[in-house]
Structure formats: C-alpha cells, structure tokens
Design a protein around this ligand. Sequence first.
Ligand code: GLU
Length: 339
Amino acid sequence: MYKTYFVYLLTLLFTLQFTSATAQGGELSPEKIRAALDEAYTKYKDVKEGKNADYIKELANVDSKIFGIALVTADGEVYTKGDIESMVSIQSVSKAFVAAQVIDEMGHQAMMDSIGVDATGMVFNSIVAVEHHRGKEINPLVNPGAIAATSLVSGADSAAIWKSILNKHSEFAGRELSLNMPVYISEAGDNLRNQAIAHLLLAYGRMYFDPVEATDIYTKQCAINVSAKDLAVMGATLANGGVNPVTKKEVVSAETVMYTLPIMATAGLYDDSGIWYYNSGLPAKSGVGGGIVAVCPGKFGIGVVSPPLDAAGNSVKAQLVIKYVVEKLGVNPFMIQPK
Ligand code: GLU
C-alpha cells in the first residue's frame, strides 16, 4: 500500500517537474527571465547615445525616451519591463513578416527566384545594389527586395493587398494592429527614392504589381504601429514554428519559418547584420522606428523599443538589451556544450 503511494508520489513529482520545465522553455525559469529583463532595463535605461531617425520627418518627433522590453516564450508566457504601452511605427521590421507571408503564399523557391536572398552588402535603400545585380539578388529585408516582396503579396487590388498584409501582421501580433497615420503621410509625401527603386525593378522585370501602388502599400506597412510587446509576440510566433503561442493560431507554416529566420540572420540589422549575428547568434530585424525583434528558435521572441539609432540605423538600447538577455539566459544557439 505504502509502496504504491510512494511510486504514485514519485511519478507525480516527476511529471510536475517535467511539465513546468517544458512550459518555461527548457532551462528558462520565470525568475531567471524576469531578472534578466530587470537588470537589462536598469543597466541601459540611462544610455544617451543614438539619435531618432529624421529622414522621415515624423520619426524625429517621436519621444526618444520610450523604452520598452518584452519577452514572450514559445509557450505563450509574457514578460515585460518598462514602457510597453507606447507604440512606434514598425518600419523595416515589417519586412521580415512580409517576407514570411510571401514565402508562405508562394513557397521558398519563389522567394529565391523572384527576389533573391543574399545580402546585397549595400545600404538598405541602395539604388546601386539594384543596378549592380540588374534587379536580381535584391533581398526582401532591404528596400528593393522588400518593395518587390510587397508587390508579390496576393490580392485583387491595392486595398486587398494592404488588408492582407495588415491582417497577417495582426495575426503575428495576436491583436488588431493599426496604421500610424502621421508617419504614413509623412513618408508617403517624401518617398521618391523608394518609388525610383520600384520603377527600376519594373524595368528589370522584378516588380510584380504597379510600382507606385506597391511603394504606397510598402510605405503603409512600415507605418503599422507596434509596442515592444507586439514585437515580442510576433517574434515568439516565429520562435514557435509559425503558431502564435498566445492565440494558438497558425499564422505561417513551420517550413516558412525555417526559410525566414536565415534571411533575418544574414540581413536583419542593415550593414551591421554580421556584427549582430556574431555577437548574439539570433536572427533579428530592426527598423528605423526604433524597434528590434529577435528570435530564439524554440524558446522565445524578444521585442525592444527605443527610438535613438546608431550610425547603422539600429536602436542602440534595443541591441544592448537583447545581447544582455541572450548572454544572461545562456541561449545563444551556437553555445554548444561538448559531449
Ligand atoms: N519606411 C522606411 C524606408 O523605406 C523603412 C526603413 C527602415 O526601417 O529601414 O525608408
């Protein structure tokens, strides 16, 4: 009798321990995660380096003191620190999610054939990169490839394509996202360079929708408002193989994620993509609005918002925070314990 109770108790203890370990994403305990976010926030909150982007006039007016951190695990646990209410325009972070949408709709080979996935090695809005590759190898995470990706999203007309992109972003974030109208208007009145890129792509047969309308939809997608928490849930959806861990909805396939993360790893942080990957080991994407999302595959997504950018166009504090958290939690995927 006692023996049966003993075995029962042991099994119960084992099950409890096992489920709580997996629920926390392996070795990551809530205490450890909370401590990492708290420490990162305190350590970097007074950093003064960097400057808001101002080539899109409205971005210069965004409060540069906004500083929010969120980490969402692949099983939907949400951890936050700082300002997660304030929203910034998603800007280039949207490129990763539109790339995923295109891969999901058309397949990974179509992304290779119609756009190309190698890093261009040139600045994000380079016309020379398009000219140099004659419209090929333009990468969906920098402007030419991103506008081409937007032009590939299926939809009968421009309104339908925009609706589909906004819906997909909302599914990634697990809530209905909306447009930051002042940022959209500000950039739409001033995006001749992106229009030039779209037209040049058309000339090379690499623009798949009307170039003026595709550039306009792209400008709208960049003006979607997000908080640090939105970015973290979006990242966690990628970390969880395409299923939003909060809403449990499948947003894209696991195969799509498998092809999206490598592009983020090789081209996610502008000209500093290599430096970022070298130091963090995590696929990530930044935007000139001041947000960065990073993905720890199978474990979590982390989103940080802080508008001041470094010379490469990446949020200074967001990079510091994510690197700190990765190190503190010991989750760099390339840290391999020898057998
Ligand atoms: N909408 C911005 C542009 O096209 C996005 C830039 C970015 O975040 O890198 O210039």
